[in-house]
Design a protein around this ligand. Sequence first.
Ligand SMILES: [Zn+2]
Length: 296
Amino acid sequence: MPVRSNKLSRERECEIVELAEMHADEACPSGAVDPLAIFSNEEVPVIFGSYGEGTFDGMLEFKAGKFAAFCNIDRGNEKGTARARFTLAHELGHLLIPEHRLALMNGTAAHSSRCGMFDGAEDDEEFEADLFASNLLMPARRFELAAKKLVSATPIKAALSLKEQFKTSILSTAIRYGEHRTEVVALIYWKDEQISWRRIQDAFFYQHQFRKWKLDKVSQLPPDCATAAALAGSHSSLEVHDSVLSANFCFERVAMGGHRDLILREEALRLGSHGVLTVLSVHPKFPTTTPQSVTW
Ligand SMILES: [Zn+2]
């Protein structure tokens, strides 16, 4: 499933980004942001428990006039993990975005969420909570300063460094970092031998018209490409595989050798048993006029 493109208005997006940054700076002005500290400041208890694999990652409940948050360890949300931190930051979005909080207080049923990093954000409320979570854990100004120091690193290697600084998952960090690097064309997440989601950056989607992704199945991949190597590799491998592809090979309706047939760097990294992350970017040895709509 493709990641849903952002349908929020620019004003609403800015409002949520600023709200998240304000809470991050208030509670944790330096170092990694701790969602549990913010729950504590809000006097909302957080309960880690076993609630089953097929249920939810996090839940925010308003009962008898009080909020409580639940974090499901059966879905990998053990205390202190990057996944739990994102889940809790998402639930903080529902607590601290005024419209979400009011809806819960006005009698909406307990809100349960699946940890999505935008991939399950089918409605505005979930998308807003994911946006809040990303900007709470990676506050805009702090992230921008840290990211600027890594422009000479490849996109995945830069994201790996940033995730250590912000104590975030590689997926949420790579998605966020991709928004800052003008040469990043697309992010693809492979799971169970096929694409789980893909995200073509707006600038390339609109300016270069990279609209339709060609390669949906592992069997369509060249055997020597970075993604195939990462998929075939050990689940414990931390190697970043690197190869070169042409845009014509990846996207529909791109003429071979034409001006849109960019030479792309393909980086791929295995994420344990979960799947493989691929990041495509304009190859630095074959630069082109990159779209200008993405800025720092
Ligand atoms: Zn939610």
